[in-house]
Ligand binder design. Structure first.
Ligand code: MG
Length: 159
């Protein structure tokens, strides 16, 4: 049997924070706020995986009230969720995602994101889509006050 999952996340973009997306540190004048490293792409993928399993969401699994997760590398949290998935006998067929950010330019960083995420997800680069677009200057993302990410996953599970 196959199951799909969908995830979305948005984080505020503020000066004085690191910008981490897809497990990659991106040099920029501002970064994403959050209890963890603020990696909205990893968070969207985590929610998509948990959604496909019917296992709640990132907030229920890694509560932001728990100091254990403060400053956590989200790629590590993603690895935990992939472990859960394997426990359920599921394997990832493919992941597709979109980063919506006015700046900086994400394109040059996508190969590095794939290099980090593919081994964690256990899929080849051809099974991970990461696309980047702007919000055409509209809304909080367009005004450079936030970065949003969307992710879709397909899992294969035992019948
Ligand atoms: Mg988040």
């Amino acid at each position: 049997m196959h199951k799909i999952g969908f995830g979305y996340d948005i984080h505020r973009l503020e000066t004085g924070h690191r910008l981490v997306l897809g497990g990659v540190d991106i040099p920029f004048s501002a970064g994403l706020t959050g209890h963890s490293d603020g990696d909205a792409l990893a968070h969207a993928v985590i929610d998509a995986l948990l959604g496909a399993l019917g296992e709640g969401d990132i907030g229920s699994r890694f509560p932001d009230t728990d100091p254990h997760w403060k400053g956590a590398r989200s790629a590590g949290l993603l690895g935990d969720v992939v472990g859960l998935l394997r426990d359920r006998g599921a394997e990832i067929v493919n992941v597709d995602s979109v980063i919506v950010a006015e700046e900086p330019k994400m394109g040059p960083h996508i190969p590095a994101m794939k290099a980090v995420l593919c081994p964690v997800l256990g899929i080849p680069a051809t099974s991970l889509g990461i696309k980047a677009k702007t919000n055409e200057g509209l809304g909080p993302v367009g005004e450079k006050r936030a970065i949003a990410c969307y992710a879709l996953v397909l899992l294969r599970l035992p019948d």
